[in-house]
Design a protein around this ligand. Structure first.
Ligand SMILES: Cc1cc2nc3c(=O)[nH]c(=O)nc-3n(C[C@H](O)[C@H](O)[C@H](O)COP(=O)(O)OP(=O)(O)OC[C@H]3O[C@@H](n4cnc5c(N)ncnc54)[C@H](O)[C@@H]3O)c2cc1C
Length: 421
C-alpha cells in the first residue's frame, strides 16, 4: 500500500537510478537511493592509479546523445572530445576515415584515398547516409534483424574491415548479432556528435547527476538483499519501508531481485589494458581499429584528447580486447605488442598501469531487440529501470531512469488524487 510520507526507494546509483532519482526529486517526490558500492556510477567508475585516470573499461559518451541535452550540466563535465572518425589498420597499412563519419557529403572524396575500393566506398557512403539523414523514428521502424544480416548487400570489405571492425568495439561482440536498429541509431550518433570523456574521467557523469540530489539521498555501501512487501530488506537485516520501489540494479542483479522479469540477458565482456608510454612523435588521437585480426578491438591514446588523464606527461594508451570462452582474447603483453604496431609507436618501455576486466559490461541486444521493455513490475508499487530496459548505453540508461520516474510520479499522483476524492 502506498503511504505518502515514505520515500520511493531506488536500488542502485548507476546512471539509471540517479536519473530516476533526479527526475522524481524534481517532481518533489521524496527519494532514497541505496547503492551497494562505496561510490556512485555503477558501470561508469574511474580510479586514479599512479596519477593516471583509469576508467573501469574504456568508454566514451557521445555528445549527440539526446538524453544528455537535458538534466545533465554538460559544461561541468569539462568534456575532452576525441576527433570524429577512426583509423583502421588493413593489410598492414593505416587508413583514416574522418569525413564519412563527420559529414556524409564529404564521404566519397575522403574515402577515395582510404581503406576500401571505389565500389565499396560508394556503398559505405550510402550506408552511412541512410542512417545519418534518417529521423530516429524512421530508423526505429526498420525491420529489426541482426546488423550483420542488414549489411548483407554491402561489399565484404565494407562489412569486415570497416563496419565489423568498428561496431565490435561498440556492442562488444565480433559476430554483430546485435539489433540493426541499435547500430543504425548509433551510427547516426557517431556522425552527429563527438565521442568524449570528462577531464576528470567518466565517473564525473554519474557524479554530476548525484550532485543534483539533496545531501543524504544516496546511501553508499548499502546493498539490498531483496524486495519485500512494503519496502526492501537490506543485506545487513533491517527492512526499509517505501512508498514504492524502483530496481535500478545492473541487469543481472535486477533479474535476481525480480524473478518475474524472466531470464537475464547474456553479458558482453571486455578487458581494457592501460599503458603508460613516453610520448612519441605524431601521436594520433583517432580511435584505432584493427581489420588485420590482432585481437585488439580498439585502441586509443587517451591523453592525445584528454591530457588530464596523465599527470606526469606520459601518454596513456587504452587498448581493449573482447573475451572468448570467458577470458580476454589477448593478455597484456600481446595487447601491448599489437597496440604499439597500431599506433606506430617506436621502441621504449611501455608500463602496464592497470587492467580492467569487465565480464558484465553490456546486456546483449541480440536482434530482434525491443527498444523499450516494460518497466512496471507490480502496478503502483514496483518498477525496474536500467540499460537492459532500453538500450545498452549511456543514452539507454538515462532514458530508462527518466521513463520509469515519469511512470512512478504518475502512479503516485493518481494514488494521492484517489485518496483526496
Ligand atoms: C567497459 C564498458 C564500456 C562501455 N562503453 C560505453 C560507451 O562507450 N558508450 C555508451 O553509451 N555506453 C557504454 N557502456 C554502457 C554504459 O556504461 C551502461 O549502459 C550504463 O552505465 C548502465 O547504467 P545502469 O544504471 O543501467 O546500470 P549500472 O551502471 O550497472 O548501475 C547499477 C547500480 O546498481 C548497484 N547495485 C547492484 N545490485 C545492488 C544491490 N543489491 N543493492 C544496491 N545496489 C546495487 C550497482 O552497484 C550499480 O551501481 C559501457 C559499459 C562498460 C562497462
Amino acid at each position: 500500500m502506498l503511504t505518502t510520507d515514505l520515500p520511493v526507494v531506488i536500488i542502485g546509483a548507476g546512471l539509471a537510478g540517479l536519473a530516476c532519482a533526479a527526475r522524481l526529486h524534481a517532481e518533489q517526490v521524496p527519494v532514497v537511493v541505496l547503492e551497494a558500492a562505496e561510490a556512485v556510477g555503477g558501470r561508469i567508475r574511474t580510479d586514479v592509479v599512479d596519477g593516471f585516470t583509469i576508467d573501469r573499461g574504456f568508454q566514451v559518451l557521445n555528445t549527440a546523445y539526446p538524453a544528455l541535452q537535458t538534466g545533465v550540466d554538460v559544461d561541468r563535465l569539462a568534456l575532452r572530445r576525441l576527433p570524429r572518425g577512426v583509423r583502421i589498420r588493413r593489410q598492414g597499412a593505416l587508413h583514416d576515415i574522418r569525413h564519412p563519419l563527420a559529414s556524409p557529403g564529404a564521404a566519397l572524396g575522403d574515402l577515395t584515398t582510404s581503406v576500401v575500393g571505389l565500389r565499396s566506398k560508394v556503398a559505405l557512403a550510402r550506408y552511412v547516409a541512410s542512417s545519418v539523414a534518417a529521423r530516429p523514428s524512421t530508423i526505429k521502424g526498420r525491420a529489426d534483424v541482426e546488423a550483420r544480416a542488414a549489411w548483407a548487400q554491402l561489399p565484404d570489405d565494407v562489412v569486415d574491415d570497416v563496419l565489423t571492425a568498428f561496431f565490435a568495439g561498440v556492442v562488444l561482440e565480433a559476430e554483430i548479432t546485435t539489433s540493426r536498429v541499435f547500430t543504425d541509431l548509433m551510427m547516426r550518433m557517431f556522425v552527429h556528435g563527438n565521442s568524449a570523456v570528462p577531464a576528470a574521467g567518466m565517473q564525473a557523469l554519474p557524479e554530476e547527476l548525484a550532485r543534483q540530489l539533496p545531501a543524504g539521498t544516496v546511501r553508499l555501501g548499502t546493498p539490498v538483499a531483496s524486495v519485500v512487501e512494503g519496502g526492501v530488506a537490506l543485506a545487513d537485516g533491517p527492512v526499509l519501508e517505501a512508498r514504492g520501489v524502483v530496481v535500478a540494479a545492473d541487469p543481472w542483479t535486477a533479474h535476481e531481485l525480480l524473478p518475474e522479469l524472466g531470464a537475464p540477458p547474456a553479458a558482453r565482456a571486455v578487458t581494457t589494458y592501460y599503458f603508460a608510454a613516453a610520448p612519441w612523435a605524431d601521436i594520433d588521437p583517432l580511435l584505432t581499429l584493427d581489420a588485420d585480426g590482432s585481437g585488439v578491438v580498439n585502441s586509443v591514446v587517451l591523453t592525445a584528447s584528454a591530457p588530464e588523464y596523465s599527470t606526469d606527461g606520459r601518454a596513456l594508451v587504452a587498448t581493449s580486447v573482447l573475451h572468448a570462452t570467458g577470458r580476454p582474447v589477448l593478455d597484456a603483453a600481446a595487447a601491448q605488442a599489437a597496440a604499439r604496431e597500431l599506433h606506430q609507436a617506436p621502441g621504449g618501455d611501455w608500463e602496464l598501469v592497470a587492467t580492467r576486466d569487465v565480464p558484465h559490461a553490456l546486456p546483449a541486444m541480440t536482434a530482434p531487440h525491443p527498444l523499450r521493455k516494460p518497466v512496471e513490475v507490480i502496478p503502483d508499487r514496483l518498477w525496474v529501470a536500467g540499460d537492459h530496459r532500453d538500450t545498452s548505453s549511456i543514452q539507454g540508461a538515462l532514458v530508462s531512469g527518466r521513463r520509469t520516474a515519469n511512470l512512478v510520479a504518475t502512479a503516485l499522483r493518481s494514488a494521492t488524487a484517489g485518496r483526496t476524492r
